[in-house]
Design a protein around this ligand. Structure first.
Ligand code: ZN
Length: 216
């Protein structure tokens, strides 16, 4: 999608192949990311994790495990600061480069996909992501699981409009300042995958669905 001030945004994937993508934001987080990885392994489903740099630094083994089990790591800023949207280019450059540097140290690859916190795109963060070789990734459907909810509500919400090319966003982590319990998200994962499967849709890696590179 072309927008004069916001550049290219990737939202819905290619249609015609009965695929969708699962993405998880705000992790990694022990007790959530690891349990989601267990589900993904049991269900043979790929996912993309938009990690927060400071959590990746705190729990590097989870980042390595995501990568080792065949999933993709993407960039979701260093500290997920709520008011970053008002910050100048230098702030965004630091947020993105510091997170890429850490991920490269952990898995040997630099992400090529970025999602801004809260999905808030500004001309500034778009300019910086474009200039640092990242694609800006949004979604077609979000779980609204960053707030208090239940697995049942998450499943119903995501399955209500399940469609070819969907990009789903769930949260395996939390905002750094919050104490969110990610259990409803963990518990919803098998039902979401089963529900999409019953509609003839299979999970695909996000970058394949969007025809992008996962890494630089
Ligand atoms: Zn986020």
């Amino acid at each position: 999608m072309k927008r004069p001030w916001f550049g290219d945004v990737h939202r819905r994937g290619e249609v015609g192949q009965n695929r969708y993508a699962l993405t998880f934001d705000d992790g990694p987080l022990p007790g959530a990311t690891d349990r989601i990885l267990d589900h993904m392994k049991a269900l043979d489903a790929p996912a993309t994790f938009f990690v927060v740099g400071l959590f990746a630094e705190r729990w590097p083994d989870l980042v390595r495990r995501i990568h080792d089990e065949g999933h993709v790591i993407a960039n979701h800023t260093w500290d997920h600061w709520r008011w970053g949207m008002w910050c100048p280019p230098g702030y965004w450059r630091k947020q993105i480069v510091r997170t890429d540097d850490l991920i490269e140290k952990l898995i040997g690859r630099r992400p090529a996909m970025f999602r801004p916190p809260y999905g808030v795109r500004t001309p500034v963060n778009h300019y910086i992501t474009r200039n640092s070789a990242h694609a800006n990734i949004m979604w077609t459907r979000r779980a609204f699981d960053g707030i208090a909810t239940t697995a049942d509500r998450i499943e119903k919400r995501l399955l209500a409009t399940a469609a070819d090319g969907d990009v789903l966003v769930l949260h395996d982590g939390r905002e750094p300042a919050s104490r969110r319990d990610a259990s409803p998200t963990v518990d919803a994962v098998p039902g979401v995958i089963a529900g999409f499967r019953s509609r003839g849709l299979r999970p695909a890696p996000l970058h394949e669905l969007l025809n992008l590179s996962a890494y630089q």
